[in-house]
Design a protein around this ligand. Structure first.
Ligand code: HEC
Length: 154
């Protein structure tokens, strides 16, 4: 039988880190802290499995890393209010954002991914997005949806 602590860890891992191998994640010096920060600061909206909901909170699962592949997407991820205004310091926030990308959308991680550094996160969050973010998001999503269609065309 599993010791209690291991069983609890397994449940925790199944909840958020579906299959992600945390030792392979770049820019995530403290995955355990990231899991805790995600639970405390993000999952109320984005849900424990990153699935979001059908109303106002977008899914990150199978989606979020695609922003890295379109111009302006990298900056967008650091400036959305859920990220930029959270009460975590830059070191914990960079750790968490990198972890979020790998955990919920490993399949779309670019092979040459440059992890967010605390310095970059610090720069981006100085300019939190406001109402313009809905249009910006729609444009970025259209950008990667378009790319997908193009690569599928023979
Ligand atoms: C109050 C609800 C809420 C909380 C809390 C929240 N988010 Fe979000 N998040 C949203 C919404 C809504 C969007 C869509 C863009 C927008 O309108 O801000 C979003 C967008 C994002 C995006 C961009 C991807 C996309 O599909 O738009 C990322 C990355 C993200 N959130 C990560 C996080 C992280 C990490 C945390 C915790 C530190 C967090 N969010 C906390 C609601 C939330």
């Amino acid at each position: 039988m599993l010791p209690l602590a291991a069983a609890a860890a397994a449940v925790l891992a199944a909840g958020v880190a579906a299959g992600a191998n945390e030792s392979m994640m770049r820019g995530v010096p403290d995955p355990k802290q990231a899991r805790i920060d995600y639970m405390l600061k993000c999952q109320g909206c984005h849900r424990p499995d990153g699935g979001g909901d059908d109303r106002s909170n977008p899914p990150m699962k199978h989606v979020v890393a695609q922003f890295l592949g379109v111009p302006g997407g990298r900056e967008f991820l650091g400036r959305v209010p859920g990220v930029s205004t959270v009460d975590l310091d830059n070191v914990r926030l960079a750790n968490l954002v990198n972890w979020t990308l790998y955990t919920f959308d490993a399949a779309h991680m670019p092979s040459d991914f440059r992890p967010y550094t605390p310095e970059e996160i610090g720069q981006l969050r100085r300019h939190p997005l406001r109402l313009e973010r809905a249009d910006m998001r729609a444009r970025l999503v259209a950008g990667f949806a378009q790319e997908r269609t193009e690569t599928q065309t023979p």
